[in-house]
Write a protein that binds this ligand. Sequence first.
Ligand code: ATP
Ligand code: MG
Length: 584
Amino acid sequence: MPVDVETEKFIKVIALKNSVEHEGKARVDAVVAKFVGSRPDQRKQIKELIPEIKRIVQEVNSLMLAEQKSLLEELAPGETTAAKKQTGEQQLLQLPPLEGAAQGKVVTRFPPEPNGYPHIGHAKAAIIDEEYARMYDGKLILRFDDTNPLKEKLEYYDAIAEGLGWLGVRPDVVKNTSDDIELLHNYGRKLIELGGAYVCTCSQEKMHDLRAKGVPCECRRDPATALDRMEKMFGGSYSQNEAIVRFKGDMADQNTVMRDPTLFRIIEGDHPKLGGRIRVWPTYDFAAPIEDSLDGVTHAMRTKEYELRNVLYFAILDRLGLRKPMMIEFSRLEFEGIPVSKRKIRPLIDNGTIKSWDDPRLPTLAAFRRRGFVPEAIRKFVLSLGITLADTKPPFETLEAFNRKIIDPISPRLFFVKNPVEVHVSGARETEVVLKNHPTDVSLGTRKVRVSDSVYIAGDDAANMKVGDEIRLIELYNIKITSKDLDVEGHQVIEAAAGGDEIRQSIPKIEWIAKNDIVDYKVMIPKELYVGEEYNTNSLEIAQGFAESFVSTLRPDARVQFVRFGFCRIDDNSSSHTAIMTHR
Ligand code: ATP
Ligand code: MG
């Protein structure tokens, strides 16, 4: 029985994982067992599937281990090492039990507004939502919270879906709040009928004033006409800002959220899903509790800044007699120097300071991906933070450390020299060296480099050298500096004498590039985006230099570690030669 593309890929990933864990040879029985375990619904058809599984396992086994690893990394990013590490660490990275949770009954939801690209803060929320759904064998809903046509775009729905897909967050249900717009309108009518809301036609300034004083307006005292006025809102008799639906709270409440907050407003504009046919839109305050309740959400999680709005959330459900989910809060994720909020990111994009949402300086998922972070690192990092209310900003280095641990074993070691300086080695005979691409993992292979009597080294290394110094060019030979001069064009030229092959611990070891093996290369190095409240104009350093020609043969997306420089991801090897620094 031929299998569909998706199943083919699913089986291939299982086979690759199994193979990578067993020195390059997957076993059919192990793959079958794993397949049935993850797709119990297909147990009945397994007889027909076995020939296909055999074929796929054969295909996988015909590849070299290194190829298997890179294919696995391509099909299921991050699995390569995750596959090996099902140990204690995994145990530690678990969220605490969820209050009031019953096996098979937990429903969580992640409700992003499609008004921008998803960022690492969204990753935190989505991963926590998903982890709890899985922990209790429950359900995760992805609900696009799209009730403001002026801010939302199809591009952003797609970007969110893509970002979550990359993270490996798989919702069981995907929906939009706007799917339920008529339903929400009806709940609005119902709330008015129940005397829990009214239509207010006062000016914004007046309301602002009254709310500050804690005094209600006349509209509130006139329940008889409220429903009629709401129908007029739907019918188009009012224009934007002329009428809004307010919750009948308490204009003198200590918690200002309860001072008759807005539930519906008129927004003229085309909605990305519904076009221009809807003009009365619920606010988040109104839509969120109703959607959560009707969607069967048992545990609604959101960030702590909504804390004061919880009273309103429950008051609306109370008034409408709807089931109340449990509300759980956690702290917003922020980093020092990297604000994690669309409010901070969007202006930089809008005013052209930053060209795209995947600019490596941004905390968007697209940017993390482009920089060379793997999704597992983000998940581990989020789980390591746990679900706390503390407002501490975790160091960015913690996230880097999780990532480094995963990519270190799979990144080939290559040479890049920034601000190169030529070193002429007199007495060096032309030789061919075979360099290991990885110090311990032979499956990453080797490369051959022909070296004449000239190499380039990094400008910083050159600056640190004195005549008489002995230095080892990594995996090549030792040299002794005999002179440091400027040539006619003012370039520094270093003369050295060949100094033997013997490896000595005491002398510095530096990377180099053979003179006849160079390509111009550039590495983008993202720095902190903000210094205090100000945009950091030096937030992107461009390091120019030479890389070994081998680097220009890598496919975009390849990860490398430039020795003594840092982990990088190849960004472009066609129109320019550019890498992006992931981290040191
Ligand atoms: P932003 O300020 O970036 O617009 P938001 O909260 O308005 O953030 P939404 O798209 O409405 O963005 O958020 C969807 C979910 O993601 C919410 O439940 C919110 O609590 C959560 N979330 C957003 N930012 C963060 C963050 N920095 N840390 C943790 N969770 C976050
Ligand atoms: Mg928002």
